[in-house]
Design a protein around this ligand. Structure first.
Ligand code: AHG
Ligand code: MN
Ligand code: MN
Ligand code: MN
Length: 321
């Protein structure tokens, strides 16, 4: 089976980017190990602190963030980091060539029930003019990313990654600690009969999503003329992995509760990397009003509505706007 390194080389990734990705993944392997120890290592449960998002941090949020921060800072390849669990940009090496944004642990509410969780990341070039503590260099659209991916800590640890030459899926071989290519050039099926949305928020959705989901639920008797099935992992990594694997549409739409927080998911380290992976696999990723990857961020923890997955289904959803 092909190793990650040779796939990255075949995709034309520069050596320094390959080394950075390998460093980042070394951190993810450590997270995978800590996660697998669970209650035996006392890593489950919450801390007493809150992050900038106003969420109570789980112990694993803090541990995963620290692992990735330490390994990336030590590497020398990175000029600065932005993370869900860091209020501000974290300055690293002033000569580093790359910026890394990450969600160290996605699906925090799943930690204590031994369910799916993961790490999501995105990498872009660090401009030379940038001071390492300057957040403005992170405020570039997703189209500027040079790589993005996630590691899923599931029954097996899997990596989905793109450097702009297709989306590839790898499985961690724990016998030698390497990621092996298990599915090259993923293609998301264009049609689907499966959707993912947290329906407990229905009353807060805007009109187009209300109408669209109502038509999906109406099934064969409704205008879509087929029965749909619903799935919700409560970790974006898990839901997106399913969509990449067998198709579907994933929605975290605009939420009328708070106009300053249009949706729940964060642009830099959740929406953009997943949009990049999805587009490279032939799917679509939209906010409802435009392409996610073209959104110009105004702050590092900005939230956006997310509609992504199978091409024809996303188009059908957008037709309600
Ligand atoms: P995080 O655990 O990194 O804060 O992200 C959680 C996100 C995302 O993974 C998931 O899709 C969504 O929250 C689940 O939201 P609900 O609580 O509405 O199910
Ligand atoms: Mn969180
Ligand atoms: Mn998340
Ligand atoms: Mn998280």
């Amino acid at each position: 089976m092909k190793r990650l390194n040779s796939q990255l080389q075949d995709d034309g990734a520069p050596m320094e980017l390959i080394l950075l990705i390998r460093t980042l993944l070394a951190g993810c392997k450590e997270i995978a190990f800590r996660v697998s120890q669970g209650a035996l290592a006392g890593v489950l449960g919450s801390t007493l602190s809150e992050n900038v998002q106003g969420e109570t941090q789980k112990k694993l949020d803090v541990i995963s963030n620290q692992i990735l921060k330490d390994i990336l800072k030590d590497s020398g390849y990175v000029k600065a980091i932005s993370s869900e669990e860091e209020d501000d940009v974290v300055p690293c090496n002033p000569d580093g060539k790359y910026l890394v944004s990450f969600d160290p642990l996605d699906g925090s509410s799943n930690t204590d029930i031994n369910s799916l969780i993961g790490t999501i990341f995105s990498i872009s070039h660090a401009p030379q003019w940038m001071k390492p503590d300057d957040p403005s260099a992170f405020l570039q659209p997703g189209t500027q990313s040079v790589a993005a991916g996630y590691v899923l800590y599931g029954p097996s640890a899997m990596l989905a990654m793109t450097t702009g030459r297709g989306t590839h899926i790898y499985t961690l071989d724990k016998t030698h600690g390497g990621f092996l290519l298990t599915k090259a050039n993923v293609q998301v099926p264009e049609q689907t009969a499966e959707f993912a949305i947290n329906t407990s928020n229905q009353r807060h959705w805007e009109e187009p999503i209300q109408n669209y989901v109502a038509d999906l639920i109406a099934g064969e008797d409704g205008p879509r003329e087929k029965d749909y099935n619903m799935r919700w992992v409560a970790a974006m990594v898990g839901d997106i992995h399913r969509v990449l694997t067998r198709g579907g549409i994933f929605l975290y739409p605009f939420d009328k509760r708070n106009p300053n927080k249009p949706g729940k998911l964060r642009l830099l380290y959740e929406a953009n990397p997943m949009a990049f992976l999805m587009e490279q696999a032939g799917g679509l990723a939209s906010t409802g009003t435009g392409r996610i990857m073209e959104v110009m961020p105004t702050e590092i923890h900005q939230r956006v509505p997310v509609l992504l997955g199978s091409k024809e289904e996303v188009k059908a959803c957008l037709s309600y706007y």
